[in-house]
Design a protein around this ligand. Structure first.
Ligand code: GLU
Length: 370
């Protein structure tokens, strides 16, 4: 019996290319077989796979790492062909169609495009296909880049409302110390995804092939948890790892999401990685947001930074600078600056009109910290 109904599986570059030796077709075939098996049992499966850059370097026979962004973008375009071809061949052997989707951050931070991507993915799942997703490296620059596929995996999990995100890597999971340096390092078998200790355990290391390290995996688990998705970080080399985890077997590190699924709009906010501006709150407003389930009023805001329009996503910061919430703001930044610290009844006098008495309505706001 499968415990989970909708799973996102993320495969890292080092794993998919056996440490950079070129695509590991044998391993790809075993993962594809497991995914096909789950698909046949009615589990929705979405695959997020890295490896285009690593495969592009191999295909082009490059001896050294590329240096410029343009080189990376061109190499990714070459490698992506090999990547999707490898998956498609394996899925076809099981009578399953795969479908390629390449995304940039800009695609998910714009609500219309987010909704579009969501409908397409839902429809692909209804068709019984297995979507194969990667970052659109060939067009993404610093501003619109996810940066790493762990983050992309978490955002895709938000997008499809997955129950589970499985991050396959070349490590056995998350350890309380670096196992390469400390023989006593212990595997974290189960933890709350939002336990701040996890970030310390993760340390800064990152492999040269992929862009993510353990830290990005932990923060991806946190992003996934915000929309009720659990995460497992586990070695992709474990036998039948995908099917065993989906059946509920404890393998690797299980990072639990303590909250259930959020409403769709909040889910979008939860996955929104970049904000157009910041509102610095006073202690009273922090208390009202965290403990009273209330909206943010102008009176509780002390400072505004950034340039934004009505309807953009802004971060709400506590007096010490920690982000406690983010939400869709009702007034543009120049008007926010005029009404902060004031009672809502004064808004019509100050601006000459009033849209909403709140700066951010509760239903458009999500807490980042509990
Ligand atoms: N999108 C990149 C690739 O396919 C990898 C990003 C990452 O390492 O997370 O090569």
């Amino acid at each position: 019996m499968n415990r989970y109904k909708k799973v996102v599986i993320k495969v890292g570059s080092s794993l998919v290319t056996a440490g950079g030796k070129g695509l590991d077709h044998a391993m790809i075939a075993t993962w594809a077989e497991q995914m096909a098996h789950l698909r046949a049992q009615g589990v929705d499966v979405v695959l997020v796979s890295s490896g285009s850059i690593a495969e592009g370097i191999t295909r082009l026979g490059l001896k050294s790492q590329p240096r410029t962004l343009t080189e990376f973008q061109a190499i990714a375009a070459v490698g992506q062909m090999g990547l999707v071809q490898a998956y498609e061949v394996c899925f076809q052997a099981h009578g399953i169609h795969s479908a390629q989707i390449l995304l940039t951050h800009a695609d998910l931070s714009n609500r219309k495009r987010y909704l579009n991507a969501r409908s397409t993915l839902r429809t692909l799942l209804e068709f019984g296909t297995i979507p194969v997703i990667n970052e659109n490296d060939s067009v993404s620059n610093e501003e619109i880049r996810f940066g790493d596929n762990d983050t992309l995996g978490a955002l895709v999990a938000n997008l499809v409302e997955a129950d589970l995100l499985i991050i396959l890597t070349d490590q056995d999971g998350l350890f309380d110390a670096n196992p390469a340096e400390n023989a006593k390092a212990k595997l974290i078998e189960r933890a709350d995804a939002r336990d701040p200790q996890l970030v310390e355990y993760a340390g800064p290391s990152s492999s040269h092939l992929g862009r993510g390290g353990m830290q990005t995996k932990v923060s991806s688990a946190q992003v996934a948890a915000r929309s009720g998705t659990h995460t497992v970080i586990v070695s992709g080399n474990t036998k039948n790892v995908i099917t065993r985890i989906v059946q509920g077997e404890a393998l690797g590190s299980f990072l639990e999401a303590s909250e259930g699924h959020l409403a769709a709009r909040k889910q979008w906010l939860a996955g929104h990685m970049r904000c157009a501006g910041e509102l610095r709150l006073d202690e009273g407003a922090v208390d009202v947001l965290l403990n009273k389930n209330a909206s943010l009023l102008p009176i509780g805001v002390k400072a505004v930074s950034g340039v934004f329009n009505r309807g953009e996503v802004v971060a709400c910061l506590a007096p010490d600078g920690t982000e406690i919430a983010r939400g869709l703001v009702n007034y543009p930044s120049d008007e926010c600056k005029q009404i902060i610290g004031k009672a809502s009844q004064q808004i019509p006098d100050i601006l000459g009109y009033q849209d909403d008495p709140e700066l951010i309505n509760r239903e458009n706001l999500i807490l980042m910290k509990t």
